[in-house]
Design a protein around this ligand. Structure first.
Ligand code: ADP
Ligand code: ZN
Length: 534
């Protein structure tokens, strides 16, 4: 039996490695660098814990684990102690004396795994301690957890991670591994470049979470839609399931928590504007009690390991697919059936665009963000399997899953090509006639031949497309507009009252060269046929 296998059995009490663990561990035990992409719950921790122990036993010294999450450090060190492994952490929760004690043990080589926050690692004091270990050949491995934090394209950029370049510059011979549960191609490339992992072995697991059922609905009255969803899918006479409802704003978090409570659900708010003590209390209750629904901003969730979260709902559209995947991934860690439910609308797209446009970031950065938002919108508007789309975003091919809304209830499709051409040509003609651009509502009014003060004021009933789209409902046209924005055939100018502007790609659509296929809007949210706990 290999040394790694012995450690797995004797220290951790597991019989077998899971999925790619063995390959990763063998590679790192042998001193290779590694980039590990594994979905949440896949078993990343063992990938560095086992090599740390094997290499320490072989006299190679200490493993330093970089982790951004204090709570997670505590949990892991506690669990390692229970398994008889010498582990410790250095972070801001320690007193001076406690920290000094850890440092003494570190320098004597009495520790196998040392967890430290990134900002700690790059202090002169800590670096001189690492120097001392390095000179004596006692620095065995660096494990960089949550490695996507190094990338500004990732959804959780932490500037402190940038300074980790010091590791390969200063300790060139010491193997490094970077681990993350979320990274699309752009983020992955960034991690490789920032952490100099060009020669590292890349280990990419399947990102599929087969027990999660994906459902994405168009927003109508989102609070009612959410209540119906929870009642239908997650309530029994005995009580309701635990879940998380993500909202965009703190205000919305508070409102929704209250509404849920008024409707008989056990809901709590969580956002960064709440007192630290209140946040902690709500988090503890969510973890300990049964059937709590946490209404939260994205401030909630990282590092929270609750296996029986039965649903994650988004009442507002997240920024991108990585965020969506990360957040929905908190459902069903125990492997039992779980739901990921999201509602989205044109307003979400407009808001997200505005946030990007108004951010002080560089043009390049904004372009990347826009691309990522479009990809998420593409997922929302998809008429085929959600899982196939999601996995292909992470570079993984798959076949229709049978466990998403589109697979279970294939949406009716309508051909919006004609509507799209009429919309674009209305925008063009109005711009020609008036010399200024208008927003979605006004354009739709013209196309549908409605009369309004604004239309009379600008004389827009003279526009040749006035009323030629009377057969389209406003909802249908909104769908077409979203799609046009998603494919870049239409731009929203946030600097000018969210007016709609034609783009380079508008032309191909105007010429009818780009088919625009859309989900047929249904009167009520499509009922999914899930059986609870199936
Ligand atoms: P991640 O960090 O990737 O989210 P963890 O490292 O926390 O995942 O592992 C998830 C769970 O799977 C943990 O409870 C862990 O003990 C368990 N686990 C990991 N590897 C194995 C294995 N080879 N055999 C059995 N259980 C495992
Ligand atoms: Zn599917």
């Amino acid at each position: 039996m290999s040394a790694a296998h012995t450690v797995l059995r004797e220290v951790f009490g597991y019989e077998q490695f899971r999925g790619p663990q063995q390959a990763i561990i063998d590679h790192v035990v042998d001193g290779g660098d590694a980039l590990v992409l594994m979905p949440t719950g896949g078993g990343k921790s063992l990938c560095y814990q086992v090599p740390a122990i094997v290499r320490q036993r072989a006299g190679l010294g200490i493993t330093i684990v970089v982790s951004p999450l204090i709570a997670l450090m505590h949990d892991q060190v506690g669990a390692l102690h229970e398994s008889g492994v010498e582990a410790a952490f250095l972070n801001s929760t320690l007193s001076y004396d406690e920290a000094s004690d850890v440092e003494r043990r570190l320098l004597r080589g009495e520790i196998t795994l040392l967890y430290a926050a990134p900002e700690r690692i790059t202090t002169p004091r800590f670096l001189s301690q690492l120097d001392s270990l390095h000179e004596r050949g006692m620095l065995s491995l660096f494990a960089i957890d949550e490695a996507h934090c190094v990338s500004q394209w990732g959804h959780d950029f932490r500037p402190e991670y940038r300074a980790l370049t010091v590791l390969h510059e200063r300790y060139a011979g010491v193997p490094r591994m970077a681990l993350t549960a979320t990274a699309d191609a752009t983020t992955r490339a960034d991690i490789v470049e920032r952490l100099q992992l060009q020669d590292a072995g890349q280990f990419v697991s399947s990102f599929d979470r087969p027990n999660i059922r994906y459902t994405i609905v168009e927003k109508k009255e989102v609070t009612q839609q959410l209540l119906r969803f929870i009642e239908r899918e997650h309530s029994t006479p005995q009580g309701h399931d635990a879940g998380v409802v993500y909202c965009q704003s703190r205000k919305r978090v508070e409102e929704l928590a209250q509404t849920l409570c008024e409707n008989g659900f056990n809901a709590l708010p969580y956002h960064a504007g709440l007192d630290a003590a209140v946040r902690q209390q709500h988090q503890d209750r969510f973890l300990r009690e049964e059937g709590i629904i946490m209404c939260a901003t994205i401030a909630f969730g990282m590092g929270i390991d609750k296996p029986d979260v039965r649903f994650v709902a988004h009442v507002d559209m997240p920024k991108n697919i990585e965020g969506y995947y990360q957040e929905t991934g908190r459902a069903g860690r125990d492997g039992a059936a779980a739901n990921a439910w999201m509602a989205y609308g044109l307003q979400d797209v407009v808001n997200q665009r505005r946030m990007i446009d108004e951010s002080p970031a560089s043009e390049e950065f904004k372009q990347v963000m826009v691309g990522k938002l479009d990809a998420l919108l593409g997922l929302a508007e998809a008429i085929d399997c959600r899982r196939v789309r999601l996995l292909s975003y992470f570079g993984q091919a798959s076949t229709p899953c049978g466990n998403c809304d589109n697979c279970l209830t294939p949406p009716a499709v309508w051909d919006g090509t004609d509507a799209a051409r009429k919309l674009l040509s209305t925008i063009y003609r109005v711009q020609q006639a008036s010399g200024i651009s208008f927003g979605a509502g006004h354009i739709m009014d013209i196309l549908r031949g409605k009369t309004s003060d604004k239309i009379s004021q600008f004389g827009h009933q003279q526009i040749s497309t006035f009323g030629i789209g009377a057969e389209f409902s406003e909802q249908q046209l909104r769908g077409v507009l979203r799609q046009l924005i998603a494919i870049g055939a239409l731009a929203v100018d946030a600097q000018a009252f969210n007016t709609l502007q034609l783009t380079e790609s508008s032309r191909a659509v105007l010429r009818g060269e780009v088919p625009i296929l859309l989900r047929q809007a249904t009167a009520s949210a499509p009922a999914s046929r899930s059986k609870r706990g199936a």
